[in-house]
Write a protein that binds this ligand. Structure first.
Ligand code: BGC
Length: 258
């Protein structure tokens, strides 16, 4: 949970690096709220370390930022190092994301998995606030990310979007990107989501599932097709969650004051 701090210590620049866009804002981590407008740049293609560093530099310049930076990164992240690269350039694999980005901007920076970041925001300030038991947060975007909580504590780096489902990893057939690309009806997409969530229910038995990301915003359109016993609800913080959670993560990990 967020620790109470005073003054500028509460402010962290959160950056959510996604497969398609890089979104950022200065966050009040005590309130879980943006202190600025959200700023978005396309994720460079190809999203090589060099290219992403340039984009992060532009974000820092935009905010004229000189403090702590938190990054949500679309990969399995252990001690700042990327251990997968499903929706980001393969050159990131085994790269110390924290070191590379921090060096590029010359500021203290911590990075965590993007879905874990969004889940941290949801559990502190969003639909998961006060929810105990096993809570699974899923972010539906270019890929499917997951964050798993037990009584508010994160078990990092789960990859429920990579469960095998219909002969391939689930995100290939249920992502929001696929829905848009193939212009799938909400009925068809919703039914696939139902099958996938039934699969999750069978193997995990969560107490609550929260659906976030761009796909979560469409919850009203497909909730009628979800026929499982587990309670499923939409996220509240929408696209802000990844940015807010990245800022909270960095705030707790960066000990040196700037
Ligand atoms: C990645 C996850 C990430 C998710 C959402 C997946 O392809 O494997 O680590 O959280 O996409 O960006």
């Amino acid at each position: 949970m967020v620790k109470q701090r005073k003054g500028s210590e509460n402010r962290v620049l959160g950056i959510d690096i996604g497969g398609t866009g890089c979104k950022a804002a200065i966050v009040d981590i005590e309130e879980g709220k943006f202190l600025t407008e959200r700023f978005r740049l396309d994720t460079p293609q190809p999203s090589t370390p060099k290219a992403v560093c340039q984009t992060v530099k532009k974000i820092i310049q935009h905010f004229d930022w000189k403090g702590k930076v938190g990054v949500g990164f679309p990969a399995i992240m252990k001690k700042g190092v990327a251990f997968s690269a499903a929706n980001i350039h393969k050159d990131w694999l085994h790269t110390n994301v924290e070191k590379v980005l921090s060096k590029a901007i010359n500021l203290p920076l911590k990075a965590t998995n993007d879905a874990d970041a969004a889940g941290i925001a949801a559990i502190n300030f969003g639909a998961g606030k006060g929810e105990n038991g096993v809570v699974l947060f899923l972010t539906i975007g270019t890929g499917i990310g997951s964050a798993l909580f037990l009584d508010g504590q994160l078990s990092p780096n789960t990859e429920f979007g990579h469960l095998f489902f219909k002969k391939e990893i689930a995100e290939k057939s249920i992502s929001n990107a696929l829905r848009k690309r193939e212009n799938l009806s909400y009925k068809k997409w919703g039914k696939s989501w139902n099958e996938y969530l039934l699969h999750i229910e069978r193997v995990l038995n969560p107490d609550l599932v929260i659906l976030g990301g761009g796909g979560g915003k469409k919850f009203k359109e497909f909730e009628q097709y979800l026929k499982l016993d587990t309670k499923v609800i939409p996220a509240i913080l929408k696209n802000d969650a990844g940015i807010i959670g990245a800022a909270i993560y960095a705030h707790e990990k960066i000990k040196v004051e700037v």
